[in-house]
Design a protein around this ligand. Structure first.
Ligand SMILES: Cc1cc2nc3c(=O)[nH]c(=O)nc-3n(C[C@H](O)[C@H](O)[C@H](O)COP(=O)(O)OP(=O)(O)OC[C@H]3O[C@@H](n4cnc5c(N)ncnc54)[C@H](O)[C@@H]3O)c2cc1C
Ligand code: FES
Ligand code: FES
Length: 1294
């Protein structure tokens, strides 16, 4: 350990303790210092929640430079000399907010808020790293922060609005050097004693060891390596980011942290080469290469720099070195390095040093044969040569998502080309592909075909693509695209490169194949009524909690401070998907240090069933008694003193299995078995056979829609604390009273001994309605057994494996239409995959939703569910409603294609007239009644929709989105371009809002008699949707007081007993109703009292004071009564335009316009946020997010941020416009509003519809016309394969 091993966090100095374990992470240390504003979601560098800013000294220059870094990746021991700023160092409610926090909050860039500190710190890092950043820099920097709630538009817009002088002013405003020169944020407190505090990270600190070394010179580094006994392994680390990808073994190896070695930090450019020391980070490379590219012979560096913006995300690149990247590729042949093949194309060489001081220089190919550690080789530097002007250099990367996604395939081309002689290749070109298999890089056969040949010769091109197909043999893996796709992309990359070289020689219609998609700067527009007459209701304001969320002050259960003696619970989960449990033996684990208890099925003192009112009649065990039904199923809980002992002991719990059967993983496989009992009732109307008889065109088809991980940024969590009254439960739940009941039921204790508190959750989307009760009941059992406070919070891989996702679906259908294009009959089967138990099934609810905003006289829709060996799939934002509508839209597109009618015209012809009646969704109503304990409720059959607003809304959108003109442009574009295609689709919908007659939420409104301020607690749960903001606006409006006088308190099962679940868009609506009613009652009471006063014009505060001391209750409770909150249709329409790269399957959403019917919005900024966030979540569902399994064990393989890809900021519509339908109050809605939480998500199907148009055009170019099945997600692979690009079509003249 270096003597100078101190670092600062927000100005406080710490000293790194001797023996600090190499695996101790900065974020855990921060949490131990109670700096919990830095959040954690993945621990993998893949989400950005943990970003802090660090000023890091450069060992060569001695100067410090600021960077955003992922504190979940940073080894604590590596922080020596760093000055770290966390979100707490920027600003807070007490001292004032930093401009970045303030702007993000004010511009509605935060919903659940769990991602917000990471975004703020990433932006802060940019401002500190680059004082003259541009809007483009802002967008590029937000390339790895995940926000599941907002849809990113407001975040991007907020940050782009911040200028350098704003940052300077913000520092001045908060600088404690007031009046003197501003220190730019470095003036905060130092340690009170003047001595540094010792930095230890007890949470994951292992037994003392001296395996951590931090050499300060190359000689020291050599000496340390030389001292390691021959044959012993060690690890050199620079950024230590690679452990998140390839794993690490800190315990057994010597770790040598090389970042402080100045010789490895050098950067040098001469006339004929550039040299980068091993520790130059990828971010630094990009910066240097951009400026070096201006020099003659080095323009290709600019191309590399541009491409490497797609390697990892900014905060990983800020620490990750090029040497670390290529060393990973050398040691792990399956690591999909981008740098390695790209550097190989560039003809780079790498110099290695040995402990005796000697050096050797190698080509990239030569490096592959070297075992760096065994041979004691240190990577010293990278040399990149000058390239002649006539050398063409091009590199590629195709991945699941545009940014922060590893390559499916990458590669590049270096060719000397003589343009004067029909673009003849001079000598042998260099053609490299990565991610093919563990040994393949150079396409030598293809190189030989092209050597000395003209690129204008079509026969040469054909010979080259054929040679590629013969020499490329991609490995197969369930996590990788199909080998045929990789071969096709390899061929298409070559074709793109050739088109780029020959330029005008190619026909104009194919030249679009030469370029990659370039995303322009994004923009947005939001339109809504001001409704100033009702303010503060309807006032566009940011969420109440926006500022504390952006400053990291907002409290979440998972970040609750650890208490002395607190224990940690980690699930022991099954490693088989379908097997009998023979035995579970925790005895070895129980003997290990720090292990306190094992909680298993025998510890259940009540009923082994976590469902009470969740899904009446179907029990769901906490732990299985006989067989495991899916890989990752919890079979017990290890209870330990901290996390580390749990990780160590997990493998020591011996579980033996018998009768291991192949897991059933898909709907198709499950349909080979008889359907389980308890299938939902069909939706039948009219006579489909008569309808088909009246039809002139009948289509039949199918569509699959796979599942979706909810991806809440706060994981599933529960902290159970035994008290003298029973158990206090701090839970991440959307339904506190069901969590209370589930715990009472499993523990066999009365509900009044269980108090559940929930202040807010960091995202929910349905995953915390009942799935949270697996975690909550296990934590409670462990607390009961140990009599200690027990915390269970799931790691990302466990959260993704143990907890069910959105149900996968398959729809098969038959639909008939008459000669006028009027729908006659629809017959469909909707099959959902419920997972291993039939709980939270949505298909029954999906069936009656299918009519959406259309008319059809005859329906027969059969909903059904199947069981598979997967986790119990569950509700996910708009369950059932989404499927009903999307499958209908798919049918509408199918019929339009079959009859050759414009899809929008066909839709318009079939819109339901005003006054139509719709079948009420009796399945959902019955379920919700049952959830509310009302099993015998009478449910009406039909509901009348007085006005179908859709027709007018489409008209409006046609104008505001300029649809006709753009469609004409697209037609021309598609006619003129073979390899880029566009599509523009308009999707209308009617989303049925379905509160059952009885669905009670309780609320409590309390006025304080001293100052008249108001406290509201309601039974809903704030999960980012803005429930508290709407409720507060209602309260202030009804009481006639300023909004600032209203505070919303967290919900508990004591103050808001028996409240229903916050889901189905019901929570905000019903709680707003209850609070409005309670406030009206209070107001009436106070008004009556005012009339009795001699001076009735007294102030509000005096009024409530006098009322209270006159014996009048100034608190009010309200629980909604039967039928007080009504059903209605929510209308929405979207127009989405996409551009698809036919040769790769990559696409851009160029523009989306949405008109959403929010009635008279209670809170327009909140509602716009729901529209944008819902749409982008849906876009992810339909495009990039794909669940994949190991077919042998049933393990969910997409269990990390490395493999699971929700949209990022640069994936959203480039131009994103949202209008809340104006002048359209909803006469039966709460405060004349309509709900917005779920419906807009469904409109994201317009992306699929637009992609269909683009693909249809591409297929037509190849001679294939007509309908084709499109299952989602439409990954880049699926999209490209659907385009049917045969290699014979890779021509240069058409
Ligand atoms: C979330 C995430 C996304 C990523 N996405 C991509 C991507 O899209 N494309 C891509 O190509 N990569 C990607 N990466 C990998 C990333 O580029 C590497 O993690 C990074 O470059 C490694 O650099 P490092 O300094 O952190 O290496 P470290 O983690 O410190 O070290 C990695 C390995 O290199 C060895 N090593 C380091 N320095 C030397 C040296 N001087 N001599 C010998 N051996 C050395 C170490 O011993 C270790 O084995 C991603 C990583 C993460 C975490
Ligand atoms: S927690 Fe660090 S990136 Fe996700
Ligand atoms: S606000 Fe971004 S994840 Fe919730």
């Amino acid at each position: 350990m270096s003597k100078n091993s101190t670092f600062k966090v927000n100005g406080t100095e710490y000293e790194i303790a001797d023996g600090t374990w190499a695996g101790s992470r900065l974020v855990d240390f921060l949490h131990e210092q109670q700096l919990t504003g830095t959040h954690v979601t993945c621990y993998q560098g893949g989400c950005g929640a943990c970003i802090v800013t660090a000023s890091i000294p450069d060992p060569a220059s001695g100067l410090s430079q600021s960077y955003s870094v992922n504190s979940c990746l940073v080894p604590l021991a590596s922080c020596a000399g760093w000055e770290i700023t966390t979100i707490e160092g920027l600003g807070n409610s007490h001292d004032g907010y930093h401009v970045i926090q303030d702007t993000l909050a004010n511009k509605a860039g935060t919903q659940c808020g769990y991602c917000s500190p990471g975004f703020v710190m990433n932006m802060y890092g940019l401002t500190q790293n680059n004082p003259s950043w541009t809007e483009d820099d802002v967008e590029k920097t937000l390339d790895a922060n995940i926000c599941r709630c907002t849809g990113y538009r407001p975040i991007v817009e907020a940050f782009k609005s911040i200028t350098p002088s704003d940052i300077e002013d913000s520092h001045l405003a908060r600088c404690s050097n007031k009046g003197k020169k501003c220190c730019k944020g470095k003036c905060s407190k130092s340690s009170p004693t003047g001595k540094p505090k010792e930095a230890k990270c007890k949470m994951i600190k292992p037994p003392a060891n001296d395996s951590w070394h931090m050499p300060l010179t190359l000689e020291e580094l050599y000496n340390i390596v030389a001292s390691i006994p021959a044959g012993e392994r060690y690890s050199l680390i620079c950024g230590d980011t690679a452990q998140a990808v390839v794993g690490a073994d800190y315990a057994s190896s010597t770790t040598i942290f090389t970042r402080s070695v100045p010789e490895l930090a050098k950067v040098n450019q001469t006339a004929d080469k550039v040299i980068f020391g091993a520790n130059v980070t990828i971010s630094q490379l990009i910066t240097h290469m951009k400026s070096m590219s201006a020099s003659e012979g080095f323009s290709y560096l600019g191309h590399l720099a541009e491409m490497w913006h797609h390697v990892a995300g900014t905060s990983v690149r800020n620490l990750g070195s090029w040497a670390g990247n290529i060393a990973c590729r050398i040691a792990h042949p399956d690591f999909p390095s981008d740098l390695f093949p790209h550097l190989m194309v560039a003809g780079a060489t790498v110099t290695l040093g040995t402990t005796d001081g000697s050096t050797t220089t190698h080509t990239m190919e030569e490096l592959l044969g070297i075992d760096l550690v065994a041979d004691r080789k240190i990577i010293l530097e990278l040399t990149l040569p000058k390239m002649a002007d006539n050398v063409v250099f091009r590199v590629f990367k195709v991945s699941a998502r545009s940014h922060n996604a590893h390559s499916y395939i990458n590669g590049g081309f270096r060719m000397e080309v003589d343009a004067a002689t029909t673009h003849t290749v001079v000598g042998t070109p260099v053609i490299v592909y990565g991610c093919i298999n563990t040994t393949f890089f150079r396409a030598t056969a293809t190189e030989a075909v092209l050597a000395g040949k003209s690129l204008e010769d079509q026969t040469v091109i054909q010979a080259a693509v054929e040679a590629l197909a013969s020499e490329i043999t991609p490995d197969e893996s369930p996590l990788e695209p199909n080998p045929a796709y990789k071969v096709a992309i390899a061929q298409n990359m070559l074709y793109k490169t050739i088109l780029g070289i020959i330029g005008d020689v190619a026909s104009p219609d194919v030249i679009s194949g030469a370029t990659d998609l370039v995303r322009p700067l994004s923009s947005g527009k939001q339109v809504y009524d001001e409704n100033t007459e009702i303010w503060p209701l309807g006032k566009p304001i940011p969420k109440l909690e926006a500022h504390i969320q952006c400053s990291g002050e907002a409290e979440y259960a998972v970040l609750a401070p650890e208490m002395t003696g607190e224990l940690f619970g980690m699930f022991v989960t099954s490693t088989q998907g379908n097997a009998k449990i023979v035995s579970i033996d925790p005895s070895e684990a129980l003997g290990m240090p720090g292990v306190v208890a094992f909680v298993g099925i025998d510890d259940i003192t009540g009923e082994n069933n976590i469902n009470n009112q969740t899904w009446p009649g179907v029990p769901e065990p906490l732990f299985p008694s006989d067989r495991v039904s899916y890989y990752g199923q919890p079979i017990g809980l290890l209870v330990t003193e901290g996390r580390s002992p749990a990780y160590a002991a997990l493998g020591a719990v011996k579980v033996t299995y018998d009768d291991i059967q192949p897991p059933v993983l898909t709907i198709d496989e499950a349909l080979q078995q008889p359907l389980p009992e308890g299938q939902p009732e069909p939706f039948v109307q009219g006579d489909v056979e008569a309808g088909f008889a009246a039809s002139t065109t009948i289509v039949e088809g199918a569509m699959g829609r796979n599942g979706q991980y909810h991806f809440t940024m706060e994981p599933q969590v529960c902290i159970a604390t035994p008290t003298d009254e029973g158990l206090d439960i701090l839970a991440g739940t959307q339904w506190a009273s069901e969590t209370q009941r589930a715990i009472g039921q499993v523990l066999g204790i009365p509900d009044n001994q269980v108090t559940v508190t929930v202040k807010r959750v960091g995202g929910a989307f349905g995953s915390k309605i009942d799935r949270c009760n697996i975690i909550a009941t296990a934590a409670a059992l462990a607390a009961q057994k140990t009599r200690k406070r027990v915390r269970v919070s799931l790691d990302f891989d466990v959260n993704t494996t143990l907890v069910g996702w959105r149900e996968p679906y398959v729809c098969t259908y038959k639909a008939g239409v008459n000669a006028e294009g009027i729908l006659q009959a629809i017959e469909a089967t909707l099959t959902s995959d419920s997972g291993y138990v039939a709980v939270d099934v949505s298909s029954g609810g999906a069936a009656p939703i299918m009519p959406s905003c259309y008319s059809c006289p005859n329906w027969n829709v059969k909903p059904q569910f199947v069981l598979t060996n997967t986790a119990n799939n569950t509700w996910c934002r708009s369950p059932g409603t989404l499927e009903g509508i999307l499958f209908m839209e798919n049918i509408m597109d199918h019929i339009a294609t079959a009859i050759g009618m414009d899809p929008l015209e066909f839709r318009r012809k079939n819109l339901m007239p005003d006054g139509s009646s719709r079948h009420l969704n009796r399945v959902v109503h019955r379920l919700r009644h049952a959830m509310a304990g009302n099993l015998n409720a009478k449910i009406p059959r039909e509901v009348t929709i007085p006005n179908n607003l859709i027709s007018d809304m489409i008209d409006q959108l046609m104008v505001s989105a300029d649809v006709d003109a753009r469609k004409a442009d697209i037609e021309t574009f598609n006619k003129n371009n073979k390899w880029k295609k566009r599509g523009l689709a308009v999707m209308p919908q009617m989303w049925p809002y379905m509160p059952p007659s009885v669905y009670p939420f309780s609320c409590m409104v309390s006025i304080n008699c001293r100052d008249g301020t108001v406290m509201v607690s309601h039974g809903g749960v704030e999960s980012g949707q803005g429930i508290n903001t709407k409720v507060a606006q209602c309260a202030a409006y009804e009481l006639g007081i300023p909004l600032e006088m209203v505070a919303i308190k967290g919900s508990t099962t004591h103050t808001n007993a028996n409240s229903q679940c916050t889901g189905g868009s019901l929570g905000s609506d019903i709680t707003s109703f209850c609070v409005s009613t309670a406030c009206k009652n209070l107001k009436d009471r106070l008004e009556a009292f005012r009339q009795t006063l001699e001076k009735p014009d007294i102030s509000w505060a005096e009024l409530v004071n006098q009322a209270y001391f006159s014996g009048i209750d100034i608190c009010e409770r309200y629980v909604n009564k039967s039928d007080e909150v009504k059903s209605y249709g929510v209308f929405g329409v979207a127009a989405t335009e996409v551009e698809l790269d036919i040769l790769t399957g990559q696409f851009l959403v160029l523009r989306t316009d949405i008109i959403e019917d929010a009635g008279r919005s209670m809170s327009p900024m909140v509602d716009v946020g729901q529209v944008e966030g819902g749409f982008v979540m849906g876009q992810g569902l339909f495009t990039t997010e794909e669940p994949l399994y190991d077919p042998a064990t049933g393990q969910r393989l997409t269990n990390s941020t490395w493999h699971y890809k929700p949209p990022l900021a640069q994936d959203i519509p480039v131009d994103f416009r949202v209008t809340l339908l104006q002048n359209s109050p909803n006469p039966i809605g709460v405060q004349l509003s309509k709900v917005t939480g779920e419906p807009p998500l469904v409109l994201s199907f317009s992306v699929v519809m637009a992609l269909r148009q683009a693909i249809t055009s591409a297929r037509a170019d190849g001679g294939t016309t007509g309908w084709f099945q499109m299952d989602t997600p439409l990954t880049v692979e699926r999209l490209q394969r659907l385009c049917l690009v045969d290699p014979s079509r890779l021509v240069i003249t058409s």
